[in-house]
Design a protein around this ligand. Structure first.
Ligand code: MG
Ligand code: ZN
Length: 178
C-alpha cells in the first residue's frame, strides 16, 4: 500500500488554458461555437505528459452562456468532441448554469471537483487545478486542491498560490512538485 495507491487528478479549466479566450467588450469570454474555438498550441502534448505521470485529467469548465441562451448545447458538445479528439482528457465536466441557479457546480464553488473525486476515489490533497481566473483558484482552495494560475493580461489582480507563463510551465511545476 504505497503511494502508488493514491489516485490523483489534474483539473484543467478550459477557456484560457486549453483554448484561447475570446475577448468580448474587453473581457475574456468563452467561444460560442466551433468557429470561435481553437486549441492552445501543445495542449494535447501537455495533457499526455500528465496522463503518463499517472494523473487523471479532468476538464472543469463554467459555460453560463448555455443558461443565457447564447450557446446552444449542440455547439458546446461539438467543441468538446473536438477537444476530446485533439487533446484527450479523461473527462470534460461543464456547468451550464448561471449565478441565479445557485448550483453546486459553478466555480468558484468546488462541486465539479468534489463530485469527480467522489466518483473516482481521487485524493484531492494530492491533486491540482490549473486555471486562468479567480474562480479557478477559489474552487481549488475550497476543494483542498493545489492550484496554479497561468498568467494573462486580464488576471494580474488575481490572488494565486503559484503563477506560470503557460500550460507547459504549469505541467513542469506539477511534475516537479508531484
Ligand atoms: Mg478560464
Ligand atoms: Zn452548475
Amino acid at each position: 500500500m504505497g503511494v502508488g495507491q493514491i489516485k490523483r487528478a489534474v483539473f484543467l479549466d478550459r477557456d484560457g488554458v486549453l483554448n484561447p479566450v475570446v475577448m468580448r467588450g474587453g473581457s475574456p469570454a468563452s467561444p460560442r461555437g466551433l468557429d470561435e474555438f481553437s486549441l492552445t498550441p501543445g495542449a494535447g502534448e501537455q495533457v499526455a505528459r500528465l496522463k503518463e505521470a499517472g494523473y487523471v485529467v479532468i476538464v472543469v469548465t463554467n459555460q453560463p452562456d448555455v443558461a443565457r441562451g447564447l450557446l446552444p448545447g449542440e455547439e458546446l458538445a461539438a467543441m468538446h468532441r473536438a477537444l476530446e479528439q485533439a487533446v484527450g482528457p479523461d473527462e470534460i465536466v461543464s456547468c451550464p448554469h448561471d449565478d441565479h441557479h445557485a448550483c453546486a457546480c459553478r466555480k468558484p464553488k468546488p462541486g465539479m471537483l468534489t463530485q469527480a473525486a467522489q466518483e473516482r476515489g481521487l485524493d484531492l490533497a494530492a491533486s491540482w487545478m490549473v486555471g486562468d481566473g479567480y474562480k479557478d483558484m477559489e474552487a481549488a482552495r475550497a476543494a483542498g486542491v493545489r492550484a496554479v494560475l497561468i498568467n494573462a493580461d486580464y488576471n494580474a489582480e488575481v490572488e494565486a498560490p503559484q503563477r506560470v507563463a503557460d500550460l507547459a510551465e504549469a505541467v513542469d511545476l506539477i511534475l516537479e512538485q508531484g
